[in-house]
Design a protein around this ligand. Structure first.
Ligand SMILES: CC(C)(COP(=O)(O)OP(=O)(O)OC[C@H]1O[C@@H](n2cnc3c(N)ncnc32)[C@H](O)[C@@H]1OP(=O)(O)O)[C@@H](O)C(=O)NCCC(=O)NCCS
Length: 194
């Protein structure tokens, strides 16, 4: 094999040709993943992304999910929050409450879930129905993407939504996520690339 072809092959396979390590190992070293010494609080003109406290839980029942299962009671939502906190401590997720900047009330949640393999974060988000349509999730995702890329060292951010979910599709496309894959169950994958 010609030397150029061999080098191209190694580049495609993500292998640094001088040292022979896969590039994802270098990316991992450069990453700054959870948990953090202080839970990161992110602020825009209208909202604050902050850690969820015990007394927020009652406000969150209708938008609490864990592994796609919805909560039905406050106890259920509290149990899910405990699991989410464990995932944060284990370094596989970060989950923010989206709080109104004036009242500090939680209006929704968003975060990165299910690990950060190969520098990719999986974004999920949900807003309580009465607060939708005001640009709040646009602001929240902008903060989370900026933090994900600049502070955590993510190189890609993925999001999955159903083909019927027009508000989510509009939201992701407005924020420069690109549709990358049709998935099973009428879902589509979007990616934001650094
Ligand atoms: C999808 C979802 C998160 C969108 O939240 P949202 O806050 O309503 O979304 P946006 O920030 O984009 O705001 C929506 C509308 O507010 C309008 N808006 C008002 N003020 C705005 C501002 N200052 N900036 C941006 N948009 C603004 C936008 O024009 C937008 O309308 P459009 O979609 O008709 O263009 C919300 O509908 C939801 O929680 N759905 C259920 C869960 C879900 O589907 N999650 C997505 C998984 S990927």
């Amino acid at each position: 094999m010609a030397r150029n072809e061999m080098e191209n092959g190694r580049r495609e396979a993500g292998i640094n040709k001088r040292i022979g390590f896969p590039i994802w190992i270098f990316n991992l070293i450069k990453m700054n993943l959870p948990p953090y010494q202080k839970f990161p609080e992110l602020i825009s003109d209208t909202i604050v992304l902050r850690n969820i406290q015990q007394d927020d839980i009652a406000d969150l029942v209708e938008i609490s999910f864990y592994n796609a299962r919805p909560a039905s009671t406050t106890e259920d939502a509290a149990e899910m929050q405990n699991k989410i906190n464990l995932d944060y401590q284990n370094g596989s997720s970060i989950h923010w409450g989206i709080a109104d900047k004036k009242t500090n009330k939680i209006l929704g949640t968003l975060g990165y879930y299910r690990g950060f393999e190969n520098g990719v974060g999986e974004l999920g988000c949900v807003l309580k129905p009465e607060f939708r349509g005001n640009g709040l999730m646009t602001a929240a995702i902008q903060l989370a993407v900026e933090f994900g890329i600049n502070e955590m060292g993510l190189t890609k951010i993925g999001a999955v939504t159903s083909k019927e979910n027009a508000p989510a599709i509009q939201l992701l496309e407005r924020l420069n996520f690109i549709k990358t894959k049709d998935l099973d169950d009428d879902e589509i994958e979007y990616l934001f690339v650094k």
